[in-house]
Design a protein around this ligand. Structure first.
Ligand SMILES: [Fe+2]
Length: 183
């Protein structure tokens, strides 16, 4: 189940709000310009499905999003716990950074933890299967796939080099919970 927790930036132990309600998550995130949606597959996706099969199952929503936001490419990333580079991959975006284009991810399977730092608050979103999150360009955030990463996600891009991470040098991410995977 998806989960949103909102903290004051100086109180990582005590969330001000915790919700698993998709509509409430979307409402709270909309206030800071972040889109959150839950999508339904048009047909079941078998384990080991190809990139084309995954995209076909969500074709209508993908086409809508591409038309709305002008994406130029869409791909599918898949990371399993047996990935030999899992520590390196996990470490890549664990500290606070931003991008010069929107970071848009749809979780086809598995889960991951996006944490956003906006206006003195920290918004921690556990994304699971069927969750779409769109983090606007310039929004400071970090992403944790956990020690046993396990997800398939559709990624949307506006520019070939748009998704470079610009790191702020802040250590705030180290004060907030890391991701341990699904309970
Ligand atoms: Fe990022």
């Amino acid at each position: 189940m998806s989960r949103l927790r909102i903290f004051a930036e100086d109180a990582p132990q005590t969330p001000e709000l915790v919700t698993h309600d998709g509509d409430e998550i979307a409402r709270e995130l909309r206030k800071i310009g972040v889109a959150f949606e839950r999508w339904q597959a048009a047909q079941p996706i078998a384990a080991g499905a190809s990139q084309d099969e995954v995209i076909a199952a969500y074709r209508a929503d993908i086409d809508r999003l591409v038309a709305e936001r002008g994406f130029t490419s869409v791909d599918v990333i898949s990371i399993a716990p047996d990935n030999p580079k899992k520590e390196e991959l996990r470490g890549k975006f664990l500290e606070e950074h931003f991008h010069k284009e929107d970071e848009v991810r749809f979780f086809v399977a598995g889960s991951g933890l996006f944490t956003l730092h906006v206006d003195g608050r920290v918004y921690e979103i556990e994304c699971v299967k069927d969750d779409l999150i769109a983090v606007p360009d310039g929004t400071t955030h970090w992403f944790d796939m956990g020690p046993e990463p396990n997800f398939v996600a559709i990624r949307f891009f506006q520019q070939p080099d748009g998704w470079i991470g610009h790191f702020t040098g802040s250590d705030i991410a180290q004060h907030f919970p890391r991701y341990e995977g699904r309970d």
